[in-house]
Design a protein around this ligand. Structure first.
Ligand code: FNR
Length: 194
C-alpha cells in the first residue's frame, strides 16, 4: 500500500514557488515513485488560531477537515518560504491548529523544502524543526533542499511551476529519503513500499 504524504505549502500567494514545488513533487511521485501518494492540503481557508472557536473539543469545519487530512497521512512534506528569518505565519497557524489536543502530527516523518530569498530558507527550516520537537514530528536530516528562488538561472515560471531539472532531481532524492525513513519509523522493511 502506498504511503500517503500530506503536503503543505506555507505560501498562500497565487503563483507561489513553494506551492509549485508541491505540484512538482506530486508529478514526480506519479511518474516514478509508486510507493508515495501526495495529498496537497490547502491551508488558505484555515481561520487564525483562536481557541474560543473550540466548542466541547470540536473545531470549526475547515479546521476539522484539515486535521482529518493530517491524521490520515503517513508522513508530511512542508514547502515553505522564509518570512523575516522564520516560519511563514500561515504555516505556523496550520501547525498550531494541528497541535491542539489530540495532537495530529505525532510520530510521523517529515521532509522540508524551501524556495526563499537570500539564504534559500535555511533559517526558517531550522525553526520548523524546532517546532516539530514539541509536536513529535521526525524530520529527515538529508538531503536539505534550499532553493534561492529569485537568483538566476530562472527556476520557476511566472505561475510558480518548477522548471529546473536539477532541483527536480534533488526533490526526487528527498522524497525517496522520506519514503525510506517513513517505512523505518513504521517498522516496515524499506523494500515493502509496493
Ligand atoms: C520574505 N522573503 C524572505 N526571504 C528570505 O530568504 N528570508 C527572509 O527573511 C524573507 N523575509 C520575507 C518576509 C516577507 C513578509 C515576505 C513576503 C517575503 C522572500 C520570500 O521568502 C520569497 O519571495 C519566496 O520566494 C516567496 O515564496 P512563494 O510565495 O513564491 O512560495
Amino acid at each position: 500500500k502506498a504511503l500517503r504524504v500530506a503536503a503543505i505549502s506555507g505560501s498562500l500567494r497565487r503563483g507561489s514557488a513553494n506551492t509549485g514545488i508541491i505540484r512538482a513533487a506530486k508529478e514526480i511521485c506519479e511518474e516514478s515513485i509508486p510507493g508515495l501518494v501526495i495529498d496537497h492540503v490547502d491551508i488558505s481557508d484555515l481561520p487564525l488560531l483562536n481557541t474560543d472557536m473550540e466548542v466541547d473539543g470540536g473545531f470549526p469545519p475547515a479546521v476539522e477537515a484539515f486535521r482529518a487530512r493530517v491524521r490520515a497521512a503517513d508522513c508530511f512534506l512542508f514547502a515553505s518560504p522564509e518570512y523575516n528569518y522564520s516560519i511563514s505565519g500561515p504555516l505556523k497557524n496550520a501547525l498550531d491548529w494541528g497541535s491542539r489536543p489530540p495532537n495530529c502530527w505525532a510520530d510521523r516523518a517529515a521532509a522540508i523544502v524551501s524556495a526563499s530569498g537570500g539564504s534559500g530558507g535555511s533559517r526558517s527550516m531550522y525553526h520548523i524543526r524546532q517546532v516539530g520537537v514539541f509536536l513529535d514530528i521526525h524530520f529527515i536530516n538529508k538531503p536539505e533542499v534550499f532553493i534561492k528562488a529569485h537568483q538566476p538561472p530562472k527556476k520557476f515560471d511566472s505561475d510558480g511551476n518548477l522548471i529546473d531539472p536539477e532541483i527536480k532531481e534533488e526533490l526526487r532524492e528527498m522524497l525517496l529519503s522520506l519514503q525510506a525513513f517513513t517505512l523505518r519509523l513504521q517498522g516496515k522493511p524499506e523494500n515493502s513500499e509496493h
